[in-house]
Design a protein around this ligand. Structure first.
Ligand SMILES: *Cc1c(COP(=O)(O)O)cnc(C)c1O
Length: 448
């Protein structure tokens, strides 16, 4: 290991590479590939140490909804800091966590009126899986233990969440540690054969699920889905018809529906919850990422009164005995409340309709580019795929695109051959146009 002796003379990126083990990274690639040291952010822009500006087109890993250093969120956190920074949530409560739970319940029209908190997305998924499992145990249906997940789905990287994830790169090394699950076809609309609609693909995928449920429902606790967009799975989008059909099947076969809205929730899909596009409610709904506006780690699992009541009783063991040290952290809840306040007072969902139209216009060039296929959009997510024939090196395309984006002042992180943008909900029309042009320039350079 490299010990740096002169810290003052050594660039921050080199110090970082010496001691910080970066996530989702083969560290050796940083020998040839830039690590970026960010010193500040404002609005949709990040600034490195030399003042070089980067348009944050992916909301800092899909978390930042209202820009960096947002005065209203800053103020809410600062005000909360003066009151109480943290207190355990077992045996204690506080205003931010109560108000946040009430507001989220109201947003689900009280279908999902109970909120269980954690810090990261993966933990919220663990909570949904454990709650579903425990519910069936309490209900005397002890054989209902297995989970169903979708091909190409992503739900986080802790062992329970990874077991229901189907992205090879994350699973490969850990297969032996993971429980057995049923994996069914993704309703990915890109699979449509000529003449087939996205709805047709959804119906076929649901038929396959029906066969599995018919045979195995006695052994199945829950199915977990990412409503409308499998984000980590290359922004694969599907028809809301799939969610309606899955809801029906879950009702018919007595299986829980877990909607993982960690990425697509909080307005990303065009409605506050992606499930609203299908007019359904799940039994469990997980949120994280955008919920705190990208400020502080916060996640939660919303559920129904029916589930909650099953755990309510005289025996301690009948309770849901799960906890994290920072469960319901007041600062994070205050940030989330500030975000919900911005949604309401600024009519964000209405304004995002216009913003997503601007986004479509800014990327109209990609629709007519013959090297590109599967141009798609769902609310504030826009994605398209570069055809394999045009990739010089499929393995390095994403990294080269990232590097060329940096040079041109835009932060994008393609997934394989899929280029996507998922910007904060504050881009001005001119920033949106600039985003389209910067991505086009980076692509030109990468494919040249
Ligand atoms: C990011 C993500 C998670 C995991 O959240 P972490 O905070 O990274 O643990 C789970 N599900 C979906 C759909 C996600 O996009």
């Amino acid at each position: 290991m490299k010990v740096i002796s002169d810290l003052n003379q050594t660039p921050l990126v080199d110090r970082s590479l010496a001691t910080v083990w970066h996530p989702c990274t083969q560290m050796k690639q940083h020998e040839s590939f830039p690590l970026v040291a960010i010193s500040k952010g404002k609005g949709a822009w990040l600034y490195d140490e030399n003042g070089h500006a980067l348009l944050d087109a992916i909301s800092s890993w899909w978390t930042n909804l209202f820009g960096h250093s947002n005065p209203r969120i800053n103020q809410a956190i600062t005000a909360q800091l003066e009151k109480i920074e943290h207190v355990m949530l077992a045996g204690f409560t506080h205003t931010p966590v109560v108000e946040l739970s009430e507001k989220l319940s109201a947003l689900t029209h009280h279908h999902l009126g109970h909120a269980f908190y954690a810090s990261d997305g993966a933990s919220a998924v663990e909570i949904a899986l454990k709650m579903s499992h425990h519910y069936w145990q309490l209900n005397g249906q002890t054989q209902k233990k297995k989970f169903v997940c979708l091909e190409n789905g992503y739900h986080g990287e802790t062992l329970g969440a990874l077991a229901v994830t189907d992205v090879a790169i994350f699973r490969e090394a850990y297969g032996l540690l993971l429980q057995d699950v049923f994996t069914v076809s993704s309703p990915d609309a890109r699979k449509a054969k000529s003449g087939e609609s996205a709805e047709g693909v959804a119906k076929n995928a649901a038929k396959e699920l029906e066969k599995l449920f018919a045979k195995e429902h006695h052994n199945i606790a829950a199915i977990i889905v990412e409503p409308l967009v499998q984000c980590a799975g290359q922004m694969a989008m599907h028809s809301p018809e799939y969610l309606r059909l899955v809801r029906e099947l879950c009702d018919r076969y007595d299986v829980h529906l877990i909607a993982d809205e960690i990425a697509v929730g909080c307005g990303r899909s065009g409605k506050f919850f992606a499930c609203e596009h299908a007019g359904i409610w799940p039994d469990f709904l997980t949120l994280s990422k955008g919920i705190s506006g990208g400020y502080l780690p916060l996640s939660l699992c919303l559920t129904t009164d029916k589930i909650y009541q099953a755990f309510y009783g005289d025996q301690t063991q009948q309770g849901f005995l799960h906890s994290h040290s920072y469960t319901g952290n007041p600062l994070a809840c205050a940030a989330a409340l500030a975000c919900l306040d911005i949604f309401a007072t600024d009519k964000v969902l209405e304004k995002n309709i216009e913003r997503s139209n601007d986004l479509a216009n800014a990327f109209a060039w990609a629709k007519s580019d013959l090297r590109i296929e599967h141009w798609r959009q769902q609310g504030m997510i826009l994605a398209f795929d570069v055809k394999n024939d045009f990739l010089k090196n499929p393995k390095t395309f994403s990294r080269e695109m990232f590097a060329n984006g940096l040079e041109g002042g835009v932060l994008i992180r393609p997934i394989g051959n899929t280029i996507y943008v998922m910007p904060p909900y504050i881009l001005s029309p001119s920033e949106t146009l600039q985003l389209g042009t910067s991505v086009q320039d980076a692509l030109k350079k990468t494919l040249a």
